[in-house]
Design a protein around this ligand. Structure first.
Ligand SMILES: [Zn+2]
Length: 456
């Protein structure tokens, strides 16, 4: 934190030199009678000069500053990795939230550590949900941009000692470093970079770091959706691949829970007195086995079932679970409706059948706004002589970008983070150090161009 404080105190001008700012507009001697005319003139000249400089060479400045920011980013990353913050480790999450909030405050944001009151309870939602850190930076323009990442990990407390932060060649290793501590560090140092450029042309820059992504964001999904609905652009900082691919689509994950209530009876002496919940469950599962639509990426597969207590008792209860995947938000809605319709057809009319559908995470769908922003990202990478992929087809698991996209017409772009590998594995998780400068350059230039209306 100390290093960042030192760096943050010394804003440099847009040329990237450390020339003191006073050289640009020297104070006028107080005794001059014309000062009231001269001052506004000097001020407007200075403004014109600043504008010229800004147009002439922002790219070179950003690049040089991104290079200077690499080491501070690695320092932040080290500190974040060294705080264990599993999704259910509330102490650890509070600790890392305080660390992140402190750093964002130093950068001049209005920062709050939030506790959630709106919890979408899933089957596996723990009693307590970790906090979120929200920071808002106010600028002089109108563009509303949000940067999101998550501070919780899938790891249990105590695992850090076997995977501490370490740098080996061009890789920085550590527990949760790719998923998603690099995302937090990249956001913090993007904001630091904008501050060093003295860039404030955005309207608001909102940062949201939540502590429950790895458990499907039960506590922060509604906040992410609500805040994102007010934005023109949301960037989500999950890790990227070796090519820095931006993702415009992610698959949605859902689960269905089927519960059958029957009536128990002695299976030997009086089976006809019972209502066999297992028979009804079997009927239901079989009539719901063909609801997948593989051609559009909708999948429903029944995977877990349970019924009965004793061999000689007609089971009064039976349950089953299914895993669901979709690429379109509407597919989940239609699937849920199909399930509700199906249960009306029962094998045993005296049984009671319930089905509950849970959206663990909606899919993220590409829209025109996100395509435009991602395409602009490609041109920014070209300034570095690099190429970048944009993926419009969902490849893997869902992320919070999908919650951000639920009610916004703006762009939502996933994968803005560093090139990262080994997430959710017990072996070495790492980020590629040589992706730091291009990523800082990309995010900073992207925010500048969005703020200045240069993204067409
Ligand atoms: Zn993640």
């Amino acid at each position: 934190m100390l290093r960042l404080l030192t760096a943050a105190k010394q804003p440099v001008n847009r040329r990237g030199t450390d020339r003191p700012r006073t050289h640009r507009s020297p104070p006028m001697p107080q005794s001059r009678p014309t000062r009231s005319f001269v001052r506004p003139l000097v001020a407007s000249l200075a403004l014109a000069f600043a504008a010229t400089v800004a147009n002439a060479a922002p790219a070179a400045d950003v690049r040089a500053l991104a290079q200077q920011e690499q080491q501070p980013l690695l320092d932040t990353l080290r500190d974040l990795v060294q705080i264990e913050s599993g999704s259910k480790d509330i102490d650890g999450l509070n600790q890392i939230a305080a660390r992140v909030a402190g750093q964002l405050k130093q950068l001049g944001g209005t920062v709050d550590i939030l506790q959630t009151t709106d919890i979408y309870r899933l089957d596996d939602t723990p009693e307590k949900i970790g906090p979120a850190v929200q920071a808002v930076f106010k600028g002089t323009g109108s563009a509303k941009i949000m940067l999101i990442a998550h501070m919780d990990t899938v790891y249990l407390k105590g695992m850090l000692k076997d995977q501490p932060f370490r740098i080996d060649g061009d890789k920085a290793y550590g527990l949760g470093i790719a998923d998603d501590k690099q995302g937090i560090a990249t956001i913090i140092h993007t904001v630091a970079l904008l501050q060093k450029l003295n860039f404030k042309d955005y309207g608001t820059l909102t940062v949201l770091i939540n502590g429950d992504e790895e458990i499907s964001s039960p506590g922060w999904r509604s906040t992410i959706t609500r805040l994102a609905a007010e934005q023109d652009t949301v960037f989500s900082f999950e890790g990227s691949d070796a090519n820095g691919t931006l993702r415009l689509a992610t698959s949605g994950i859902g689960s269905a829970y089927l519960t059958v209530h029957g009536k128990s009876s002695h299976a030997g002496a009086r089976p006809e007195g019972g209502v066999n919940a297992l028979y009804e469950l079997s009927h239901q599962v079989l009539q719901m086995k063909d609801l997948s639509k593989p051609e559009q990426g909708l999948k429903l597969n029944w995977t877990v079932s349970k019924s009965g207590t004793n061999r000689n008792v007609i089971p009064a209860e039976a349950t089953a679970q299914a895993d669901a995947r979709a690429l379109k938000v509407s597919d989940f809605n239609e699937l849920e409706q199909a399930l509700q319709d199906k249960i009306k057809n029962r094998l045993l009319p005296e049984s009671k059948v319930d089905v509950k559908f849970e959206v663990r995470r909606p899919p993220l769908e590409a829209n025109d706004a996100s395509r435009r922003v991602a395409a602009h990202g490609k041109t920014i990478y070209q300034e570095l002589g690099m190429s970048m992929n944009v993926a419009e087809r969902a490849t893997g698991g869902g992320t919070d970008a999908a919650f951000a996209a639920l009610k916004t017409k703006g762009a939502v772009v996933e994968g803005m983070g560093l090139s990262g590998f080994g997430a959710h594995s017990n072996d070495a998780e790492y980020v590629q150090i040589n992706s730091i400068v291009p990523r800082l350059y990309l995010t900073t230039r992207m925010i500048m161009d969005l703020s200045d209306g240069k993204v067409k």
